[in-house]
Design a protein around this ligand. Sequence first.
Ligand SMILES: Nc1ncnc2c1ncn2[C@@H]1O[C@H](COP(=O)(O)OP(=O)(O)OP(=O)(O)O)[C@@H](O)[C@H]1O
Ligand SMILES: [Mg+2]
Length: 464
Amino acid sequence: MRILIIDDEPVLQDVLATLLRREGFAVVQATTAAEGLKAFEEQEVDLVLLDLMLPDRPGLEVLKELKSKDPEVCVIVITAFSSVESAITAMREGAFHYIPKPFKNQEVVLTVRKGLEQRQLRKENRVLRQRLEGLDRMVWRSQAMEEIIELVRRAAPSRSNILLTGESGTGKELLARAIHQLSPRAQGPFIVVNTSSVPHDLLETTLFGHVRGAFTGAVATKKGLFELADGGTIFLDEIGTVPLPTQAKLLRVIQEREFIPVGGEHVVRVDVRIIAATNADLQHMVAEGTFREDLYYRLNVITIKLPPLRERKEDIPALASFFLKRFGEENGKPHLTLSPRALDVLMAYHWPGNVRQLENVIERAVVLSPGPVIEPDLFPAEVLQPPSQPVEVSVPADGLDLKEAVNRYTKALIEASLARCGGVQRRAAQLLGVRPSTLNEMIRRLGITAEPAGGVARSSEKLS
Ligand SMILES: Nc1ncnc2c1ncn2[C@@H]1O[C@H](COP(=O)(O)OP(=O)(O)OP(=O)(O)O)[C@@H](O)[C@H]1O
Ligand SMILES: [Mg+2]
């Protein structure tokens, strides 16, 4: 921490300088306003001790100038006449504190320490604000997302590759942009490659470019996206759709940071950070042999799994009002609100299309809304009548036996019903909407043996 003392009294100068040096601060001395302002411009100063009575200019003017040069600098004024008047004016102009002469050494040291603390805090706040700007388009409230954002904040400054996974519409691309913004590469390019929308035979030239005459139609040399992303970030969306030969080339760029354009002879070196995204199960693809294991591990240095919206419903109200505001402004309806019933509907829905679907639903409601309050009737039918219980299913890539799967599901439901009814089959049958005889037959067929907790209830059932 460096302190500048601007005071025209040599004795006082030396007393202050010695005192502060003893406390471990670097001290710069100036005896006139001109000298002081020059020193301030030439080196990074954290705190200024400023005498208000200077030979060449009024101290208040110097204070204003210091503040205009660096609004975060901490200025402590020293006033000879303990003139409260000028001290108050100085405080109003942004001085941190004032010390009337004569002063006690300890008082000076304490005030300086406090001033430097404030200066440090302001500095940190500014850095934080700037970093957050990369996240200003993201909205979240849930703990799950908070943890993801924390991870992003920590991972963004490095060069490590990042793999983003999550269902469609969970915000993978938005997050990739935020990571880029929060990284030292923010000034560099952010290039998005949607690998699934580029025809396979064009993917390599798209990524790595080609030289003139590389193939029919290659009339000129063309740079690929990796080269365009030099110094920045490349976002490889839907990485799971990249065919195996191109995967090999990708691996090389990651390992060697260089590649050879299609038809070329010379390697091109690039400095690119890779963020890949997928909603496919890459691990499964590795097991299947459709995705290279070595590439998977290279991409997967840091994995961020974006949870589906239905698993972080706390985010829904904040997201809804964010979109309401945005589309409201776009459509000249700036003061729209959601009715409590409308919000209930949004909270109850399971959002298979995640945040993107919510965004679309809100946009539609804003456009259709006749008044200032959005009611559920402005939502599309599927949102209003969700299936009572969404069924979680997954079909393994190597297929399944449907009959066996259905039996497993039936068995689980029957067991759960029996448990709920303390094993009383007649009541469980009622819960399931089947006849007791049917249930009994199913229990035998499916080999349900689990003795329920309410064994007594069951025997009394038998007796009755
Ligand atoms: N946390 C969020 N805050 C604000 N907007 C969000 C958030 N998450 C997603 N969005 C918005 O939802 C839409 C979908 O997000 P994005 O395109 O990033 O999803 P994705 O995971 O890449 O989807 P896909 O897999 O279908 O490509 C975008 O318009 C994005 O701005
Ligand atoms: Mg996307």
